[in-house]
Design a protein around this ligand. Structure first.
Ligand code: MG
Length: 380
């Protein structure tokens, strides 16, 4: 039973290439299923956010991250009476366009693409589902619904918005996306803040003592110590983290419910017309969440051990890009054909885009291997 402000199959703005309705699934279930079966989704297993994939089997990858986002998003969607299938589809697809080596890879590729239209992982995720996946006879990409594509495109620069037709509209008109897209977006934030704490502790980049400065962590840490004074080791941090996630989700649900009651949107159009997002934390929780993010940025993402990895990642991406741009004959056949087509349509920008697509599609380990094959004379 969906609430009136939820996205429903009947009200969907449809697919770019019209298709008949699925027989035993909803439209957004079909989107989700197409995402799970696509090859960019499988590659998420070997892409990372903070750590490089080969650093250890215990850390999050973009695949497990996306599954966590889907889990958190669905829990929230169910309480709010909005479309769980759509939230799940957006959550599972939201990182499909990520480069190897996490944020460092994205920044490096954006740098390489500066004169050719830039590189933005949100836009790339959309490009993956709209163009790059080659699986269906009747259309390129996955031909997802408007609502899933809208959720994937979390943000975008205004100059890109103009090129994006119906998907760009909301950025130009300053409208909100569906509640489902809003939920997937916040679920992403809840997931990475918490799993980065977990992975950071595991890797020894941050300590429990340091985390005591962080209000959200400290509150729950004290509670766990009071309830279980004998508990030690990893179970302490896991108890704290599960309580933090729960606290964030409960705050988000209750704050969003109150705003839904206040704005009382009668349908999805009313949600879109709101002056700001409806889904969000209370002011108190927003501040706690900001404090945690700041902490992670300063102590973890800028940790020298992480920085060494990101510096290496940047060098690899730059080297691959320059080498392929200067000598496309080094590219595998299929990519070289894409490059020639791109060049015919868009000159050097088209050529650069084909190289960027190739690099963005690589997993961490593939990018490292490709670098070795190009620059290490002992490896073929
Ligand atoms: Mg994410």
């Amino acid at each position: 039973m969906l609430a009136p402000y939820a996205v429903s199959d009947a009200e969907s703005r449809g697919r770019r290439y019209p298709e008949s309705a699925p027989r035993y699934r909803g439209e957004f279930q079909r989107d989700r299923d197409r995402i799970v079966h696509c090859s960019a989704f499988r590659r998420l297993e070997y892409k990372t956010q903070v750590f490089v994939n080969h650093e250890g089997d215990m850390f999050r990858t973009r695949l497990t991250h996306s599954i966590e986002v889907a889990q958190i998003g669905r829990s929230i969607a169910r309480v709010l009476g909005i479309n769980e299938d759509l939230v799940e589809a957006i959550a599972l697809a939201h990182d499909l366009g990520h480069t190897p080596f996490g944020h460092a890879g994205q920044d490096a590729l954006n740098d390489c693409m500066r004169d050719y239209g830039g590189f933005e992982h949100n836009l790339q995720s959309l490009r993956v589902v709209d163009e790059l996946e080659q699986r269906y006879a009747e259309f390129p990409g996955l031909n997802l619904t408007f609502e899933t594509r809208e959720g994937i495109l979390k943000h975008c620069a205004l100059n890109h918005a103009e090129e994006l037709a119906e998907l760009g509209e909301r950025f130009l008109r300053q409208q909100q996306p569906s509640l489902e897209a809003q939920v997937a977006n916040v679920a992403d934030e809840i997931a990475y803040n918490n799993h980065d704490v977990d992975d950071g502790l595991r890797a020894g980049l941050i300590t429990l003592e340091q985390l005591e400065e962080i209000t959200l962590f400290d509150e729950h840490h004290r509670q766990v110590q009071e309830l279980f004074p004998q508990l030690n080791g990893r179970r302490v941090s896991h108890e704290v983290i599960r309580r933090m996630i729960n606290h964030l989700v409960v705050d988000l649900v209750e704050t969003s419910q109150a705003r839904l009651a206040e704005y009382d949107p009668v349908d999805v159009s009313a949600v879109r017309a709101c002056s700001g997002p409806i889904i969000g934390f209370s002011d108190g929780m927003k501040e706690k969440s900001r404090q945690l993010k700041r902490f992670l940025r300063q102590n973890m993402y800028r940790h020298y051990r992480v920085h060494r990895m990101t510096a290496k990642a940047r060098r690899i991406i730059h080297a691959l890009f320059d080498e392929f741009m200067n000598d496309p004959a080094l590219l595998p056949d299929e990519t070289r054909i894409n490059l020639r087509e791109g060049e015919q349509e868009g000159g050097s920008s088209g050529r650069a885009r084909a190289v960027a697509d190739y690099i963005a599609g690589m997993t961490d380990r593939f990018a490292i291997a490709e670098y070795e094959r190009l620059f290490n004379p002992h490896i073929t």
